[in-house]
Design a protein around this ligand. Structure first.
Ligand code: HEM
Length: 427
């Protein structure tokens, strides 16, 4: 739509007029037309968020990429002109603020180097059989029924069990984690008290677990092969990690790696079910024992309808200019990954899902020093989940009218509340 047709984000109001109705219910189901309009008419746009905080939305690919790498845009909420209004509810009071997504160099460099020593591609690759086992166990839970809700029965539990296993959370405690994490997801934008309580419970649990593992490592000189033990070992042999930093690190691994992966699987399965020709293409390639299309396909699903709609908060530490728009120091900047990844100036036919897309340097995992640390794990989980689903339930189909599917209206993440599916029951 051109300017004459009015602003689909509400009221024709860009730059000064009444607030655009971004973040409405319709917007949550399909934000892409509004993003296309913003990219074209107001690529760096100041808006009021549902929380009341005002922030700049950056929607064009080159501006987004540049902003993600611009270190004058700090991740530290103390740089917000009104600190305390952003972040995960309860995070501040639980003392979890010093994690990777909230800090800048040199602290960020030190902590990221430390965790990179423990979170290695080798450790992730060694985890592949376990992810496959978890995936198959979850499918076993509903395969004979002929129907399921792919979010609650599949996409939701897989990443939480996977990251718990990787961190070294004992099996008997993992269901508690599942409940706390569920509380955080379900009420992401809702009753803040419940989320704050879950955040505190997770914090308390992690502090105790880290303490226990540190003691175990001291006693038997070697210790476990889990990520927390790896982190403690790395910190004891180099840069030091305080107890508070260790807890915040585990917390960020949990929450950065959880809802994102739920939505990669959920949004990915949804996109495949809505594009039968692409799904058939993927199924025949899998049946022929090829993995190439699965690999490019996961990247394309991330670009096309990725889990992280907006990158996490950034704050201008100086007056600066993005895409020709002056931004005053202290203002928050939100980079809209979902808009940048559909920029027609960067991607040919950006609204078309093409699992074989080659030129696909999407921003779904971010860019620059905060580039997703868990990308190898996310890819492993995403590939395994979709490969096992399509292989074991070959006639998987949507079990609801597509227009009736409900999307969560959270700010940062994009994902479905439920994804009902049907299929021929199998043993
Ligand atoms: C950072 C996306 C899965 C851990 C990020 C960022 C994005 C992202 C966009 C950068 C945020 C920013 O710059 O504001 C995703 C997506 C995932 C995923 C789309 C799934 C499909 C995971 C997993 C883990 C993880 C499984 C770990 C278990 C992290 C961490 C950071 C991060 C620790 C912060 C890195 C830093 O600040 O240096 N992720 N992520 N992510 N991600 Fe992921």
């Amino acid at each position: 739509p051109g300017p004459a047709s009015g602003c689909p984000v509400g009221g024709g109001a860009v730059g000064g007029g009444p607030e655009p109705a971004l973040f409405s219910w319709e917007f949550a189901s399909d934000p892409y037309p509004a993003y296309a309009w913003l990219r074209e008419h107001a690529p760096v746009h100041r808006t009021r968020l549902p929380s009341g905080v005002e922030a700049w939305l950056v929607t064009r690919y080159p501006d987004a990429r540049q902003a993600l790498a611009d270190q004058r845009l700090s991740k530290n909420p103390a740089h917000h002109a009104e600190p305390g209004k952003t972040g995960i509810p309860g995070e501040r009071s639980a003392g979890l603020m010093t994690h990777l997504l909230n800090i800048d160099p040199p602290d960020h460099t030190r902590l990221r180097r430390l965790v990179a020593k423990a979170f290695t591609p080798r450790r992730v690759a060694a985890f592949a059989p376990r992810v496959r086992e978890l995936t198959d166990r979850l499918i076993d839970g509903f395969a004979e029924r002929g129907s399921a809700d792919l979010i609650h029965e599949f996409a939701f539990p897989l990443p939480i069990y996977a990251i718990c296993d990787m961190l070294g959370v004992p099996a008997e405690d993992q269901d508690d984690f599942r409940d706390w994490a569920g509380m955080m997801i379900r009420h992401g934008g809702g009753p803040r008290g419940g989320v704050a309580r879950s955040v505190k419970k997770i914090r308390g649990y992690l502090a105790e677990l880290i303490h226990r593992k540190r003691e175990e490592l001291r006693r038997d000189d070697g210790g476990g092969d889990d990520l927390i033990s790896g982190l403690i070992r790395a910190s004891d042999h180099g840069d030091h990690l305080t107890e508070a930093e260790a807890v915040a690190m585990c917390f960020v691994l949990l929450f950065a790696g959880f809802e994102t992966t739920v939505n990669l699987i959920g949004n990915g399965a949804h996109a495949l079910l809505r594009h039968p020709e692409q799904r058939a293409r993927l199924q025949s390639s899998l049946a022929a024992g090829e993995t190439g299309l699965l690999e490019t396909g996961i990247e394309e699903l991330l670009r096309y309808d990725g889990p992280v709609e907006l990158a996490t908060w950034r704050y201008a530490t100086a007056d600066l200019v993005i895409g020709g728009q002056p931004i005053p120091a202290g203002d928050p900047v939100l980079v809209v990954l979902a808009a940048a990844d559909r920029d027609p100036e960067r991607f040919a036919a950006p609204d078309v899902l093409d699992l074989g897309r080659q030129d696909n340097q999407h921003l779904g995992y971010g860019h620059g020093i905060h580039y997703c640390l868990g990308a190898p794990l996310a890819r492993l989980e995403g590939r395994t989940a979709l490969e096992r689903l399509l292989t074991r339930l070959p006639d998987l189909r949507l079990g609801a009218d597509p227009d009736e599917l409900r999307w969560r209206g959270g700010l940062i993440m994009r994902g479905l509340r439920t994804l009902p599916v049907e299929f021929t029951p199998s043993a």
